[in-house]
Write a protein that binds this ligand. Structure first.
Ligand SMILES: NC(=O)c1ccc[n+]([C@@H]2O[C@H](COP(=O)([O-])OP(=O)(O)OC[C@H]3O[C@@H](n4cnc5c(N)ncnc54)[C@H](OP(=O)(O)O)[C@@H]3O)[C@@H](O)[C@H]2O)c1
Length: 400
């Protein structure tokens, strides 16, 4: 393993000597973005919002601006206004020398260009949007290496692994163990998945999240994307990354070491915790959330992943192993299939087969350039939109 990341002996943030950290927040109106705003408001001596950026929710952004009049406010899709001008303004905002830390929590692939721009400007990044690493992990790592930037993970599983790795040596690691709750359909009879409604897929038993990631949690594509995210964040081969189902969502993930020890990070299922440590590293903020009451919980359980119920996990792992633009195809096909499901134009059980069909038909580029990623992304979306329902290989593994 070649270490390009700070996970083992993280450096302090470049801004860590400044008393107040100035933040640029991409995805300010979303689930993660709102929790970042909460933390900024709870810890005003530690953080200020320098720029807040959203997609098209002007009212939501204005509400944030009223509470943070010092923040620059930007929309990526500002109605009638010039979209390329908006993209340039976002590019400038994330590169702004006044910004200490860029928080990337914009929905999916929209976050890629601003993330690459921020890394080029040498910014440290607190990353929620795993899709960026799935689409273009090699490009992200190349920019980090070249410009000396670091990524502090916000995804709860990766935050847990990150915290377990502090002070450890790379050669002491045997494997990373990602936990996943199994989502709302862990116990639902397979033959009834055909009739899953949008509301059912959006009802996660443990976490309150935005719609796309909530559906990804129901298919467990989210865990597949997280395998690829972990591969790039921690530079661990795919064979060294496992998944275990843990319905209580208290153990957020684990690292197994060569001596047979396992370190785990525990916490209540509240995204304020991993967001706070990514924003305040190397400090921990006081009383971000109550610690889990283990005696009241009584027991924590773990079970093997059911590959028949969750074919998305193996599909994503395979796409990651194939490399090149294959993970970008996986990501875009999944985003498109989930969007169609949320519009009522595809069934829940069509999501993963749509992605599988796109992967089967794709002709991926081996060399990863930004242009190749964008082309693969466009192709996969068009393929999913155009393709008929059903899938050869995977449909046979899903309920009829
Ligand atoms: N929610 C969680 O608990 C959680 C946990 C772990 C990881 N994540 C990851 O964090 C990311 C965000 O998730 P979320 O649940 O917060 O999503 P969300 O609630 O759907 O919010 C998405 C945010 O992205 C903004 N956005 C859309 N297009 C944009 C663009 N072109 N440029 C800038 N911003 C844009 C949206 O603005 P508008 O409101 O204007 O559309 C909104 O603020 C996802 O990648 C997800 O996988 C989330």
């Amino acid at each position: 393993m070649t270490q390009v990341h700070s996970a083992f002996q993280p450096k302090e943030m470049r801004s860590s000597r400044r008393s107040t950290r100035r933040l640029a927040l991409l995805g300010a109106t979303g689930s993660i973005g709102r929790q970042v705003c909460d933390l900024v408001e709870r810890f005003p001596d530690r953080f200020t919002l320098h720029a807040v950026i959203a997609g098209s929710d002007a009212a939501g952004l204005q509400a944030i601006a009223r509470r943070h009049p010092e923040a620059h406010v930007l929309l990526a899709h500002p109605g009638d206004a010039d979209a390329s001008r908006a993209a340039r303004a976002i590019d400038e905002a994330v590169r702004d020398p006044e910004v200490d830390l860029v928080i990337v929590a914009a929905a999916g692939s929209a976050a890629l260009a601003p993330t690459l721009a921020a890394l080029e400007a040498g910014k440290d990044i607190a990353l929620a949007t795993k899709e960026v690493l799935v689409m273009a992990g090699e490009l992200v790592r190349e920019r980090m290496r070249k410009h000396g930037s670091q990524i502090f993970p916000i995804d709860s599983e990766h935050s847990a692994i990150w915290q377990c790795l502090w002070g450890e040596k790379e050669h002491g690691i045997r494997r990373l163990i990602l936990t996943g709750s199994g989502g709302p359909f862990l116990r639902r009879p397979l033959e009834t998945l055909e009739s899953v409604t949008i509301a059912e897929a959006l009802t996660h038993p443990r976490w309150k999240m935005g719609p796309k990631i909530t559906v990804d949690s129901a298919t467990m594509m989210n865990k597949g994307l997280e395998i690829i995210e972990a591969h790039f964040l921690f530079d661990v081969p795919y064979a060294g990354i496992d998944v275990v189902v843990h319905p209580q969502s208290v153990v957020h993930s684990m690292v197994e070491f060569v001596d047979g020890s396992i370190k785990a990070q525990l916490g209540v299922p509240d995204m304020h915790l991993p967001i706070a440590i990514a924003l305040s590293f190397p400090d921990r903020l006081d009383s971000v959330a109550p610690a889990p009451d283990l005696a009241a919980l009584g027991q924590l359980s773990f079970e093997a992943l059911d590959a028949l119920r969750y074919p998305a996990v193996a599909l994503a792992r395979e796409a990651g192993e194939r490399g090149g633009t294959t993970p970008a195809v996986l990501n875009a096909a999944n985003e498109e299939a989930v969007a169609l499901f949320l519009k009522g134009q595809r069934r829940f059980v069509d999501i993963v087969p749509s992605v599988a069909r796109a992967l089967e038909a794709a002709q991926p580029a081996r060399d990863l350039t930004l242009e190749a990623v964008i082309a693969a992304d466009r192709w996969a979306r068009a393929h999913v939109r155009a393709s008929a329902e059903g899938s050869g290989r995977l449909r046979s593994k899903l309920p009829a």
